[in-house]
Write a protein that binds this ligand. Structure first.
Ligand code: COA
Length: 195
């Protein structure tokens, strides 16, 4: 029978993870201003399902939801702290954790001032290792709007494979959008922890 790493792992928030340049830690209500700083940027929100935050109330509502996910032991979601300056510069985490299928989907967002440094691929590699080793996942997926080439590159650089484009899959911000699907399996030979 498959081992169930699950609720006990994430109840109360996810454990800290560390990479070369990042600390991944649970979010707290005190992070609202740092999150608003990037979530209010229309360029950051452009390919996300959510609209750019218009006020701190939007950010506080996001944090309330995150705290309730922590309490219910939902899929883990981390704040990304850049060790270089100690700032919380983004979030990354799993959504749609299907325990019965040992599958989850990864997502991430980063402050525009930190784009292009390879930080998100570094975070995603750590998440992938965590997903396979601590959540006992068999498959980790990620999707992006087809035009979001930066996000597709992050998935590629983290060792995920392109599996195809799902045409008109989501109605986002007023139009049907094609979505690219990437995935990595626990037994894929090139997965980050086995490199
Ligand atoms: C997608 C995103 C997370 C990438 O994060 P990142 O840490 O900058 O990723 P990387 O540094 O590994 O760069 C990935 C790619 O982004 C692109 N990129 C780099 N700098 C960039 C910049 N200043 N502006 C736009 N794109 C840039 C490049 O194509 C790069 O690929 P390369 O390394 O082969 O040149 C970030 O752009 C972001 O937060 N975007 C808005 C939110 C979003 O789209 N999230 C994903 C939803 S599916």
């Amino acid at each position: 029978m498959r081992r169930r790493a699950g609720k006990e792992l994430s109840a109360g928030g996810p454990p800290r993870l560390e990479t070369g340049r990042l600390l991944l830690r649970a979010l707290t209500p005190d992070d609202a201003a740092a999150i608003f700083a990037y979530a209010s940027d229309p360029e950051v929100a452009r390919y996300m399902v959510w609209e750019a935050h218009r006020s701190m109330e939007d950010t506080e509502a996001f944090l309330d939801l995150t705290m309730s996910h922590y309490e219910s032991g939902d899929a883990p979601d981390w704040g990304m702290v850049y060790k270089g300056d100690g700032r919380l510069v983004g979030t990354c985490g799993f959504v749609a954790w299907e325990r019965g299928h040992a599958r989850a989907e990864a997502g991430y967002v980063l402050h525009r001032g930190y784009w292009g440094m390879g930080l998100t691929s570094e975070a995603l590699r750590a998440m992938i290792s965590f997903g396979f080793e601590r959540m006992d996942l068999n498959r980790i997926e990620a999707r992006c709007i087809a035009e979001n080439s930066a996000s597709a590159r992050v998935m590629e650089k983290a060792g995920m494979s392109y599996e195809g484009t799902m045409r008109g899959r989501e109605f986002l911000k007023g139009e049907y959008r094609d979505m690219k699907l990437y995935a990595i399996l626990k037994d894929d030979p090139l997965r980050p922890s086995s490199r």
